[in-house]
Ligand binder design. Sequence first.
Ligand SMILES: Cc1cc2nc3c(=O)[nH]c(=O)nc-3n(C[C@H](O)[C@H](O)[C@H](O)COP(=O)(O)OP(=O)(O)OC[C@H]3O[C@@H](n4cnc5c(N)ncnc54)[C@H](O)[C@@H]3O)c2cc1C
Length: 440
Amino acid sequence: MINDPSPSGERGFSEPANAEPPIIVVGAGPAGMMAAGQAASRGAGVLLVEAMDRPGRKLRITGKGRCNITNDRPMDEFLRRFGLGGRFLKHCLHDFFAPDLRAFLASLGVETVTERGNRVFPSGNRAEEVVDALTDWTEQQSVIIKTSVRALEVIVKAGRIRGLRVKNMVTGKEDNLHAHALVIATGGMSYPLTGSTGDGYRLARHAGHSIVPLRPALVPLETEGDRARRLQGLSLRNVRASLRIAGKKGGSEFGEMLFTHFGVSGPIILTLSGRAVDALQDGKGVELSIDLKPALDEDKLDARLLRDFETHGKMRFRNLLKGLLPPLMVPICLEMTGISADKQGSQVAANDRRRLRSWLKDFRLSVKGHRPIDEAIITAGGVDLKEVNPKTMESRIVKGLFFAGEVLDIDADTGGYNLQAAFSTGCLAGRSAAAYVMRD
Ligand SMILES: Cc1cc2nc3c(=O)[nH]c(=O)nc-3n(C[C@H](O)[C@H](O)[C@H](O)COP(=O)(O)OP(=O)(O)OC[C@H]3O[C@@H](n4cnc5c(N)ncnc54)[C@H](O)[C@@H]3O)c2cc1C
């Protein structure tokens, strides 16, 4: 008999009498809800415990509240976005990929649309709609959902899952729950106010798993000096940002970026950030080079500058720059190129033009650090993939223990890849846990 850690959370989840579900899923994020629902839909009894007062806190804020649920790029491109983790995900993505997720959501009444960059969003543009549909579906599969219940410790006997120690976050009472199978779907450790506090790593370690060192991925970068701060709030579109690591090229991205009070953020910076974080941790110098005119090569840019300066020969250089740059960047450009603001267009000499050209193609910022993991979109590192069977998501160390979602050592770029990975690993873990307890 399961000791009742109620009261449950605000949704007032119902609990059938004398329930003794053989499967416990920890964490009601996308991975956990999918795992719980899949296991229950195969006839297994499932208890889903969630530390927060309601499910899907992080899912609610994804995609700026719009939820970029997946990406409809082909499988091979999709897998490449996960780097080495792609190989591990191959099996589970073949089982449940983007079209399956979209069809599943449509069956719950959530239609989806594809936008720029193959990103898929719910057509209602509301992450809440996804959370509600998923929670309702999970309940309809007869999953018992207990909110405000935090998993403290995994109970393992003779190499098999036997239960879970939990704490009721309302009463403070602790209890041991029996279980034959356990799915850990506790997410990473970024945005901890959403409930993803990194508990899963501790639970996994306690069960004997190794954790690949945790670090922020998709995280804003801090830059030296006050230039980024002076540009705070400015968003640049259609620029190319390139990393220079210890003086060598370290990857580049084209798109949108943003200046903040501490440095730089926005999609292309987040995508480059993983490499920057690793290099900073290795003690290497990291610089960001921004090409403000990526559509023009040096010759075309020179021709354009020459034409502008001749056409507006009497105009001051300061005013000419306003035709080339957002107003906030003009003082920075003057300062970094050393060209006099009061020079007239006709007086701008060839070597001034060369300095301006190289500044426009290579506006440099020195990266001194990154924002803390709390502010990262994703946690890189996690449960070592070598210790998890990619065909079942089962631990290779403890029988009946399964993992799903961000707690695993998988992470990808922005674009909907991470949520798809959470759903796909959740789906496979839930199905495998059901097969395990039914065989047992
Ligand atoms: C601001 C932001 C925006 C994002 N936008 C996108 C996007 O648009 N598209 C995309 O693909 N990805 C996005 N991501 C990433 C995505 O949200 C995560 O990859 C995804 O939520 C991971 O799912 P998960 O189920 O593994 O973990 P989570 O969603 O983190 O869920 C884990 C759950 O486990 C619970 N939990 C933790 N510890 C315990 C415990 N001890 N006991 C009980 N419960 C516990 C937590 O409270 C939480 O509810 C975004 C992330 C952030 C922070």
